[in-house]
Write a protein that binds this ligand. Structure first.
Ligand SMILES: Nc1ncnc2c1ncn2[C@@H]1O[C@H](COP(=O)(O)OP(=O)(O)OP(=O)(O)O)[C@@H](O)[C@H]1O
Ligand SMILES: [Mg+2]
Length: 210
């Protein structure tokens, strides 16, 4: 199954959520996971190379690739039906290389923030995705939500996003989330992210992947 983590908006939490999911699906749910870093900055791939020096056996592989590599890689992905391929997308939509990526997706996860700047990018991402792959399940993940802040736009944003997909529980804004690495989610983070990861897993991955 090919799972995309994307949003037009830079810094929305794509790479963070990709690692949280990869760690959870491989270490907790014992799935075979491969992370494909399609981000131009390849932040996950860099972290992975660093972590590899310290670890003996990696629970999953991280591959840095360009969008132009995708059509060839897809052949491998579709042969490994039980394996979960997590694709960290670049924060841009102006590349035709994204079309086959969107077409092949079995699930799309879109982290976003409740602010006006983020909203337009998030909607644009959803519109383009659904134009290319109308039936793919889309899960919006509210990220960096501050407990003591009331977001004036929250219900309006939720209402608009629900036209395209479902909204998961929120991820709080937490400094310790910035320490997540490949193969390790700090224990202090589990209570913060478990509802989100369980929601995604139980509703969208578990049955489909059995
Ligand atoms: N819930 C959170 N709480 C605190 N910091 C967070 C949270 N989510 C993400 N961050 C931080 O925000 C920054 C951007 O997150 P991340 O790199 O995951 O976004 P991205 O969408 O992959 O960005 P880019 O578009 O640059 O690839 C990182 O420094 C990350 O550690
Ligand atoms: Mg990133």
């Amino acid at each position: 199954m090919i799972i995309l983590i994307g949003n037009q908006k830079g810094g929305a939490g794509k790479s963070t959520l990709t690692l949280l999911l990869a760690n959870y699906l491989s270490l907790v749910k014992k799935h075979k996971v491969t992370v494909i870093d399609l981000d131009y900055q390849q932040s996950i791939a860099q972290k992975y190379e660093k972590a590899k020096v310290l670890e003996n056996e990696e629970p999953y592989e991280v591959i840095a690739a360009g969008l132009e590599d995708f059509p060839d890689m897809k052949e491998v992905f579709t042969q490994n039906k039980k394996q979960l391929f997590l694709l960290d997308l670049p924060g841009k939509l102006d590349d035709d290389g994204l079309i086959p990526v969107f077409q092949s997706a079995g699930l799309v996860i879109c982290p976003f923030a409740y602010d006006e700047l983020s909203f337009e990018s998030t909607i644009l991402f959803a519109v383009v995705l659904k134009k290319i792959n109308p039936d793919v399940p889309l899960v919006f993940v509210p990220n960096r939500v501050k407990a003591n802040v009331k977001y004036e736009t929250q219900s309006d944003v939720d209402e608009q996003l629900k036209k395209f997909g479902v909204i998961s529980p929120v991820i709080a804004d937490r400094i310790d989330l910035q320490r997540i690495s490949t193969f390790e989610t700090p224990l202090s983070i589990f209570p913060v992210v478990r509802p989100v990861l369980e929601c995604i897993y139980n509703n969208h991955i578990h049955q489909k992947n059995e």
